[in-house]
Ligand binder design. Structure first.
Ligand code: AMP
Length: 392
């Protein structure tokens, strides 16, 4: 595969797609791993006397209000700490001003454009890979480097789209991710995946592929409730997806011995951090109870099973990790895995943030900047963002 090392950049205009999609809370970046992981390619290119144009998305942009929430200005401020006066923010995604800025910039400097998903307000032109938008962005540069691993499983205009129209290669981060994740092609067994997060529907295609590859699939987070409902359990007021119940039923029937579900939960009667915290077995859930974190017996059971596993991939928080009272389950499992020196791979924004907070990142075998991308890679190596790399 053509890489960032394979081009002559002197006096060229280089488009670099990064994944700067960081989690933000109260106007602060919670975890800047995706920013720091992008610096190797940025610095390499800045040293090679080119004009560098950086593109990225941030969050999901569905309304005008989302534009305020998801401006890349905050990411620019963080990048500036590393790149000083070598970087400028250009708050546009599709405007003649961008071309003027490129004309006027010095070689050896970069500009960061505004969130590519601002284009989604106009008929999802970024996320649905609009041909004209892809061509427009490609027209701005001479070479395209895709270093956005977290988005490599998506057909966006700013990754897949641009690579259709421009000579292209992968950056250092994408190369590193692929080299490390390849080790999961032949994992030491038993191989387990621990999945958390909110929705089965977001992950069902990946679950269908994953279940064939793993020895165990541990399910936590709100996803667990749709599976438990499929077993005719009373899940109180917990978050479920009615339209996924029959799919979960089929999975449970076919893979009874692989799917491991929680049996008790901490939670409350309102979805908040402050209301009274209680713990119930799934068999005793009160009608109005909302499960928000794994219970003690579940943790005990999960740990016992995990002890026999050699390789573990963890994706997504196992409870409502944003609420300080419901972080324990996720943290306990991470600590347990690292204490027992398992081969642990981790991917996905929330879980990476959790591991860094706990200062356990040094004990993890590999931390990926991708969540969905990493899962897609494990399942079938199908990464659309790579389809046209080196083809032009
Ligand atoms: P995802 O983006 O699918 O990885 O989901 C992450 C989200 O799942 C986080 O915002 C968590 O708060 C949420 N989540 C995890 N467990 C639960 C739960 N029991 N109830 C509601 N949301 C949950």
């Amino acid at each position: 595969m053509k890489t960032i090392r394979d081009f002559d950049y002197d006096k060229k205009i280089v488009l670099l797609r990064c994944d700067l999609n960081v989690s933000i809370k109260d106007n602060k970046i919670i975890d800047s791993t995706r920013i720091t992981s992008s610096l190797e390619s940025i610095n390499y290119l800045l040293k090679r006397n080119c004009k560098l144009v950086i593109l990225s998305h941030l969050g999901k942009v569905k309304t005008i209000e989302d534009k305020k929430k998801y401006s890349l200005k905050i990411v620019y401020e963080e990048l500036k700490k590393y790149l000083k006066d070598k970087i400028k923010f250009v708050p546009y995604t599709n405007d003649p001003i961008i071309k003027k800025e490129i004309d006027n910039m010095e070689y050896g400097t970069c500009i960061l454009l505004e969130n590519t998903r601002f284009e989604d307000l106009d008929g999802k032109k970024e996320s649905n890979q609009d041909e004209n938008l892809s061509k427009y962005w490609a027209s701005l540069g001479d070479i395209f480097i895709n270093d956005a691993f977290g988005t490599i499983h998506r057909r966006h205009s700013s990754n897949y789209g641009i690579s259709k129209y421009l000579d292209s290669g992968i950056g250092f981060l994408v190369e590193k991710e692929i080299n490390n994740l390849q080790k999961l092609d032949n994992p030491s067994r038993p191989f387990a995946v621990i999945m958390g997060g909110a929705k089965v529907s977001d992950k069902i295609s990946v679950i269908n592929g994953l279940i064939e590859k793993v020895d165990y699939l541990f399910i936590g987070g709100a996803m667990a409730f749709t599976f438990l409902k499929a077993l005719d359990m009373n899940v109180g007021n917990s978050l479920i997806e009615e339209d996924m119940i029959s799919t979960c039923k089929d999975l449970l029937k076919k893979y009874k011995n692989k799917i491991i579900l929680p049996i008790d939960f901490y939670g409350s009667t309102s979805f908040s951090n402050d209301s009274k915290k209680e713990m119930y077995f799934i068999t005793d859930f009160p009608k109005d109870f909302i499960g928000m974190d794994l219970g003690d017996k579940t943790l005990e059971g999960f740990k016992k099973e995990l002890l026999s596993c050699e390789t573990i991939f963890m994706n997504g928080p196992l409870g409502v990790y944003e609420f300080s009272n419901y972080q324990n389950g996720t943290e306990e499992i991470v600590k347990f895995l690292t204490d027992n020196r398992k081969e642990v791979y981790v991917g996905g924004g929330d879980i990476v943030g959790c591991i860094k907070n706990l200062k356990l990142d040094k004990n993890i075998t590999y931390i990926s900047t991708g969540g969905g991308a990493t899962l897609e890679y494990i399942v079938n190596h199908d990464l659309p963002g790579l389809s046209y790399i080196g083809e032009k």
